[in-house]
Design a protein. Structure first.
Length: 191
């Protein structure tokens, strides 16, 4: 005989899932740290308290707190994933962004200089034989890398800001979950 059960987290009372199972399979479907109560209860409106002895509807304050937390967590996740993608294109160490900006400015100045003097372009001359075989090649690499980074960063920033704005405008947790799913698809296209 099958039973309708609601599985919940023992420590938080948060409902994990609802299922209809043969009685003999119930124990096999409950993991460590989980419990269950008979009946089907919605995770959006109920929580289990007192070790499963009492099931009650979530209060308005609990629902509001959960919603605010879901928004904050979604925005944190969006920013974390974008940061992870960005780190594929740049070295993430203190002040490296300033080094990249200085290299780009130096490279543009070098390429425009009709009679470049080595002392005026320390980054470029420090990387001859590493980044390129000549000062001109190093300068070209700097300018090209900056362009690639700028184009990629612009795409990532549009995806990031667009999805953060959607999360901020969301009115329920289901919408936030859908936005995060769409965000996952969007970043696959960019990265």
């Amino acid at each position: 005989m099958n039973k309708n059960i609601t599985v919940y987290d023992l420590s938080s009372g948060r409902i994990i899932r609802k299922c209809n199972l043969p009685e003999k399979l119930i124990a096999m479907n409950i993991k460590a740290g989980q419990g269950y109560v008979e009946g089907l209860f919605d995770a959006d409106t109920h929580i289990v308290v007192a070790g499963g002895a009492v099931l009650r509807a979530k209060t308005a304050a609990e629902l509001a707190t959960e919603f605010v937390r879901a928004k904050a967590n979604a925005i944190t996740e969006i920013n974390r994933k974008i940061g992870s993608i960005r780190s594929k294109f740049v070295t993430v160490i203190p002040a490296q962004d300033m080094v990249y900006q200085a290299k780009e400015a130096e490279a543009k100045a070098y390429l425009a200089d009709l009679a470049p003097v080595e002392a005026d372009y320390p980054f470029i001359h420090a990387e001859i034989g590493i980044t390129g075989d000549s000062a001109w090649q190093v300068a070209q690499v700097y300018v090209n890398q900056a362009l690639i980074l700028r184009q990629t960063a612009a795409q990532l920033e549009a995806v990031r800001l667009g999805h953060v704005a959607m999360v901020e405008a969301a009115t329920d947790i289901e919408t936030i979950d859908a936005i995060l799913m769409a965000f996952g698809t969007s970043i696959q296209a960019v990265s």
